[in-house]
Design a protein. Structure first.
Length: 339
């Protein structure tokens, strides 16, 4: 019998921690059976100081690595905020910040690269910049691609890979727009990150979400897993009010149609894995970012119970699609404890 294609399940563990402490995050991951995560917001010392991972001092990064070793956890990617600033210095009524690009490269981008190297991951998650509200993202593809290319090149110089995530209100808010950016950037160290929930949140049905997924497949590097149930009471204006998004649901319950996406992914995985292997990556990550108790522009929350629900829902979808995965076993426990 032929082996089923396999994925690596990962998580944004800060969503599983009531107080965002490193200890909570590691404990939740281990209890659910996950070995991989993308750090984002974290209180390393448990003293109430929550910081973004790229802002951690060297001693806190080292303490975090000690937690990783103790709990048998590896870092999937840096859950970065790179690209979540304005593309142009235009007053468009939004609260998004603008940072001159040279300053951005030497500041936020450089800090993110340093964090990735310190935490032994090759992947950085990022975004495609906010175009001015009221303008068409298609009009800003070239400018955004130029900046993203420079970020990807800086990552490549350090042996890293930059993943560009689909998200509402950004230049790359749809599958075709993300594909257009990938074509323009044309850099081997830039891949795409699909997120069906971020598409469904734009009032798109499962068939539309699937079609947007297909547009990203030639550059697909990994996938975030959340789902969204369209709220008919919210008037669609062409932009998403991210602070009003309350209808996130498990992967087997919303309008993203993960079962359809995963059935196709099963067939695509062998070719995708060959491409990822050339970048030195261990496989294809499916990363839970469920937002089951709320989500916004820079993160979300599910609680330890919500993360457990989300992972079980993801596993049920993978079982249905015929994709394998590997959660912790008794053998892993024995190995970790040196038995």
């Amino acid at each position: 019998m032929a082996l089923k294609p396999s994925v690596i399940i990962s998580a944004f563990a800060d969503e599983a921690a009531n107080y965002r402490t490193a200890l909570e995050q590691m404990t939740a991951l281990a209890a659910i059976g996950i070995r991989n995560y993308s750090p984002r917001f974290i209180d390393v010392n448990g003293d109430g100081t929550i910081e973004h991972v790229v802002d951690l001092a060297p001693e806190k990064l080292n303490r975090l690595k000690e937690y990783h070793a103790e709990y048998g956890i590896s870092v999937t990617s840096i859950g970065a905020r790179v690209g979540k600033v304005k593309l142009l210095d235009v007053d468009d009524g939004s609260h998004n910040a603008f940072v001159p690009f040279d300053e951005y490269m030497s500041g936020e981008v450089a800090k993110t690269i340093a964090a990735a190297k310190a935490l032994d991951t090759k992947l950085i998650r990022g975004f495609s910049f906010y175009h001015p509200r009221g303008t068409s993202p298609e009009d800003h593809l070239d400018t955004a691609a130029d900046q993203i290319r420079q970020i990807a090149a800086a990552c490549a110089e350090e042996g890293l890979v930059f993943g560009l995530e689909i998200e509402p209100n950004l230049v790359g808010e749809t599958g075709p727009l993300l594909a257009a950016l990938a074509q323009r950037v044309d850099h081997p160290n830039m891949v795409l990150i699909f997120d069906g929930g971020n598409v469904a949140a734009q009032n798109k049905n499962p068939v539309e979400v699937y079609e947007e997924y297909l547009a990203t497949v030639p550059w697909l590097g990994w996938m975030h897993v959340k789902d969204y149930s369209i709220d008919p009471s919210l008037t669609w204006t062409g932009a998403v009010d991210e602070e009003r998004l309350k209808n996130f649901v498990p992967a087997n319950a919303g309008d993203a149609g993960h079962e359809l996406i995963f059935r196709d992914l099963r067939e695509q995985l062998p070719e995708i894995e060959k491409r990822l292997e050339t970048l030195g990556l261990p496989g294809f990550y499916l990363e839970t970012e469920p937002h089951l108790k709320g989500g916004g522009q820079f993160g979300g929350f599910s609680g330890p119970d919500g993360m457990g629900v989300a992972v079980r829902a993801l596993c049920s979808c993978l079982d249905y699609a015929g994709i394998d995965y590997n959660l912790r076993s008794f053998a892993d426990i024995r190995e970790l404890r040196g038995f």
